[in-house]
Design a protein around this ligand. Structure first.
Ligand code: TYD
Ligand code: MG
Length: 478
């Protein structure tokens, strides 16, 4: 074997030298100098020799890109066709959350709890992108699953009546293998289900671990940028509300969407929490069905019909908005006041001390005779309320049950209660109010001091009522 000339190249800055350095002499990168045999185009990494000709998205490649003139960059982009539109009602809803369609070459992360419907959502997105009604006809889309066999995905597609000709299925967990397969298809989009199941050869750690998830995402990002093919990644969310493994994943990708929904409810929310190409205040509302997710174009009706059907039970029920990380969602708080000898206080999902305080403030500052009452509190569907933003809804639920006055349908409460009965503002008011508005609520009770944060919001048909204290809130609502 002929010995070729060997140089050492920094994988970060491209600096080369005839000898190896532990720290790059140009950029001070640690352990970034890699052996590079000229003429052979082989790059030795710690584990194996990678060809860096066709697979230039792999890590540690030393392709030296040159700066490009802005005008040359823009020449290639027809501004009006820059985004890939998604068609149909469902497509429009997804497109809106994405900021107005799919940007070529973007890396989109879709996070959510296991079982929330991510695979279903992505299969539907893959199908409409492949059909591509407004995009000059069908084009191939590849749906890769590391979790299910292609028969299982096929079955699901069958149930959902997806029969798109250009949808390709592939079961694999090897990123290199997956990207190699994309070479033979001229893809319009690529879906990876999920980022926690794929791995990269030559990277230590098991699939789903910090380094694998990070490296795989970086490779997929480079692939998306190099080929201009949009890539969707599915990511499972841990209990704490973060995407499993590294939080750093959110920094690498272009767009982060969260899919949310309660186990017992058929609604699914798709929320954009990061978007390099658009607004992050977008929220898509979907309803689950046998044939997959359906866009709900008028969420308010959906919520109203549900509540009106059992309107007799509405006394003692109030709605608030809680935040989970950067995610906002609505929860219902139930209260039951029972007059009589037993004055026990049972709370479920609300901090006992907080509940006791709100009850005392209602007695002292609002004149409610709760002393002779047993008070039970419950947060519907087992969520626990760890924020003071729910105080006002807790108080409203108690008042509603105590006065046996059902709260009107379509009203939400946001605010913290102080010992003097005053209503205080809470963080992320804009995000919370936005959710209430988007879900078609008619009225939202907020603290007086939060009124200033409203100016930039599109309130739609929602009436915002600002209250200083509990007495004011009770006078307005009851
Ligand atoms: P799935 O997409 O597998 O969830 P994830 O990928 O987030 O774990 O969906 C979970 C189950 O719900 C699955 O059995 C299919 C079912 N499902 C429907 O029947 N209809 C729907 O509209 C959705 C979203 C899911
Ligand atoms: Mg899945």
């Amino acid at each position: 074997k002929a010995k070729s000339k060997t140089v050492w190249v920094c994988s970060d800055c491209g600096y080369d030298d005839g000898q190896w350095w532990g720290i790059c002499k140009q950029c001070n990168g640690v352990n970034t100098m890699k052996r590079f045999s000229e003429g052979v185009e082989h790059l030795t990494t710690g584990f194996e020799v990678l060809e860096n000709v066709t697979r230039s998205w792999l890590p540690h490649q030393s392709v030296r890109a040159m700066p490009t003139k802005l005008t040359d960059v823009n020449k290639g982009i027809n501004q009006s066709n820059w985004r890939i539109p998604l068609c149909g009602l469902f497509g429009a809803e997804v497109g809106r959350v994405l900021g107005g369609g799919l940007v070529p070459g973007c890396l989109v992360l879709i996070g959510g709890d296991p079982g929330v419907g991510k695979s279903t959502l992505l299969l539907q997105i893959a199908a409409i992108v492949a059909e591509g009604c407004d995009m000059g006809g069908p084009a191939p889309v590849l749906y890769v699953s590391g979790e299910e066999s292609i028969e299982q995905i096929g079955n699901r597609a069958d149930r959902m009546r997806i029969g798109t000709d250009e949808l390709f299925l592939y079961a694999s967990t090897d990123v290199e293998d997956i990207l190699e397969k994309t070479q033979t298809l001229s893809l319009r989009a690529l879906v990876i289900d999920s980022i926690q199941t794929v791995y990269l050869r030559g990277v230590t750690g098991s699939a789903g671990g910090l380094s694998q998830v990070k490296e795989c995402t970086e490779v997929l990002l480079r692939f998306a940028k190099k080929t201009n093919i949009p890539v969707f990644l599915i990511g499972h969310v841990t209990k704490s509300g973060e995407i499993a493994g590294p939080r750093v994943l959110e920094h690498i990708v272009d767009v982060v969407l969260y899919m949310e929904g309660e186990k017992c409810s058929s609604h699914r929310l798709l929320r954009s929490v990061k978007n390099r190409f658009g607004s992050t205040d977008e929220l898509g509302v979907f309803e689950m069905s046998q044939s997959g997710l359906q866009a709900v174009s008028n969420p308010s009706e959906m919520f109203l019909s549900e509540q009106q059907s059992d309107s007799e039970f509405l006394a003692g029920l109030a709605v608030t908005v809680i935040m989970d990380g950067s995610r906002a969602f609505l929860i219902e708080i139930q209260a039951l006041c029972v007059a009589g000898s037993s004055v026990s206080r049972q709370v479920n999902g609300v901090q006992a001390g907080r509940a006791e305080m709100i009850i005392s403030v209602l007695i002292k500052q609002a004149g409610l005779k709760l002393q002779e009452n047993g008070v039970f509190l419950n947060v519907v569907s087992g969520v626990s309320l760890s924020e003071t933003a729910g105080d006002l809804a807790v108080a409203a639920a108690i008042c509603s049950s105590f006065l046996e006055f059902p709260l009107p349908v379509g009203i939400a409460f946001i605010g913290e209660i102080g010992l003097g009965g005053e209503i205080r503002t809470v963080p992320r008011m804009d995000r919370r109010i936005n959710t209430v508005v988007k879900l078609g609520y008619k009225k939202c009770i907020i603290p007086k001091s939060a009124e200033t944060s409203l100016s930039a919001l599109d309130l739609g048909d929602t009436e915002i009522v600002a209250c200083r204290n509990l007495k004011e809130m009770i006078n307005i609502v009851f």
